[in-house]
Design a protein around this ligand. Sequence first.
Ligand SMILES: [Zn+2]
Length: 469
Amino acid sequence: MKNSDLFRNENDYADFPGDAAVAHLAQTLRFPTVSHVDTSATDYTAFDRMQTFLRTAYPQISAKGTWEKIGHSLLITLPGSDPDLAPALFMAHQDVVPIVPGTEGDWRHDPFSGDVAEGFIWGRGAMDIKEMLVAEMESAEYLLARGVTFRRTVYLAFGEDEETCSTGAMAIVQTLRERGVRLEFVLDEGAGDVTDAADWGAPGTLICTIGMYEKGYGDLRLRAKSAGGHSSNPYHGTSLGHLAEAISAILHHPPRARLSESVRNSLAILRPWMTEEPMRSWALHPESFEKEILEWFQRRESLYHLVQTTIAPTMIQGGSPAGNVMPQDMEAVINFRMIPEDPPDRLLTEYRKLLSEDISIEWAQQIAASVPSQIDSYGYRSLKSVLEHYFDRLVFIPAQNKGATDARQYEPLCRCVMRFGPFLEEEAISAEGIHGTNERISIWTYLQGIRVLIRLMEETCLRGKEANE
Ligand SMILES: [Zn+2]
């Protein structure tokens, strides 16, 4: 089955100018806004030109909004008439990842062509994530062109370096913070995987994830010192042996698995669709079957990362160049992805106690897991009801977002930071294209995503029936 079979209510907003929206995305893809960790390699004129284009392409937003350039990031404010409603913030990022050198010729359409062909819009950024940036602009422009005024203030916030270090999002957040802004909800890219819920005990049910938090990230560096020497006398062992023991010890002492609130919520949501025992019974009282559910999750490739911090030894260096020479100083890196219950400081303290003193450890880099956003929030309820209007047969569940995004920067300003791009592209196409070759989005998928955003903006920012929470 194709994701597009799940689309419904495609006749909504029949007067929406779809051809222009396609042309706008295509044009945006022609600006090579590639971000690099070494910012001296980034061509910021591409960002400037793209922003100039956006100003001319969206005259309503241009006239009614305040456009602020923060570094090369962009913050657009569309003021609402009701000061009692906390603002909503719609995000995306302007930057894209580079084309892997040597693969340029593998693209069926040049990565910066913005070609519209075979039912697709082609180019780097078509799925990550210029389609969201342009769709958010289209939605606001369309509503404003109807002559309406937002009741709730709408922010459109587009960072410049999500793919590298998120300094753009940090600067936007800092600006909002200084102004004392609290947000009702934030919507950013992320999640949106459609899968069969067989592993949850609900085979035949399709689930779609809404990212409500991100796991932490840590590179733990281990060092073993040694003067080396002839390998015929390894009386004190070798640095490689000590390092291997340390890595093995860590792998054998993973942090405890836990059932987070997010997983409990997902179990409760999915329970009516669960046909398989024992999950069906367990889900009724997860607190009584915590051990059983954890074991169930740990045994499944699609689920285990939800309940535990993962540990992946990834690098080792300093081995001896010859079989009869003991290695000298060596180091290794173990990559951790932490669940919110495992703060990096605590893990470091525990592993220091576990390892022998001749191994030194430190975080080469780390960032704690984000604060999970609440599903009993106005933003989540609103998004979920709009998604149910546009996608048939999908059960939406809160989930962790796989990658790190700009969204986490907004958590201090908001208790409902959602990672969900409403562009449910066929999995094979998104898997090939995102950060890969032949990135493209089908026009069909793109326009349905725009309908989601228009309706979400309309429901929450024009009507805004519910008060703040
Ligand atoms: Zn992205």
